[in-house]
Design a protein around this ligand. Structure first.
Ligand code: ADP
Length: 167
């Protein structure tokens, strides 16, 4: 008997750094997919406000999910649809925190469909505790000396502190 193919989903983003909101979403994604590839995008337009390099972000995500063998971490350059084709993963997972995410996410999903009709985007909703949480807020609060210990996991917090001390 032919076994159904495992469902592989892609979770793309900048993850600078990975927050509890991203973690919550990735774990939820494993409820609908057999495997998840967390895909860190090289995105030059955001780089000037960036905190971690792509390699550092990948390493932090790997550390956070080290006990989760169904999650793999990769980085990609260029179009998401090209990466999704190469990985044979036409299922993209994105998060919707609030109405403000909706318009951008809808545009992206429809543009991706235009570029590759087979791609599907599914939206997952995080625990309400993380609805206000974004990586950019974490960076900003940390840069201004605020406490972000309830927003990111231990290894991330340590690296954020180290990075800001050096800057
Ligand atoms: P941001 O800089 O906005 O935190 P990313 O570009 O890394 O985010 O986001 C990747 C994906 O993760 C997006 O679909 C975004 O909506 C989602 N995401 C980010 N933070 C959260 C959160 N707190 N809860 C749910 N989804 C989130």
């Amino acid at each position: 008997m032919k076994r159904p193919r495992p469902v592989v989903a892609l979770y793309p983003g900048s993850f600078d750094p990975i927050t509890h909101g991203h973690e919550d979403l990735a774990r939820r994604a494993l409820g609908v997919a057999d495997r998840l590839i967390v895909a860190v995008a090289h995105n030059s337009t955001h780089d000037k406000h960036g905190l971690f390099t792509i390699q550092e972000r990948v390493a932090l995500i790997e550390e956070v999910f080290k006990d989760e063998e169904r999650i793999e971490v990769k980085s990609f350059q260029g179009l998401l649809v090209d990466f999704a084709k190469a990985e044979r993963a036409p299922l993209v997972v994105r998060g919707l925190r609030a109405v403000s995410d909706f318009e951008y996410e809808l545009q992206m999903a429809q543009m991706n469909q235009e570029l590759w009709p087979e791609i599907e985007t599914i939206f997952l909703v995080p625990d309400v505790r993380y609805s206000f949480l974004s990586a950019s807020l974490v960076r900003e609060v940390a840069r201004l000396g605020g406490d972000v210990s309830s927003l990111v996991s231990g290894p991330v917090l340590r690296q954020v502190k180290k990075k800001l001390k050096r800057k």
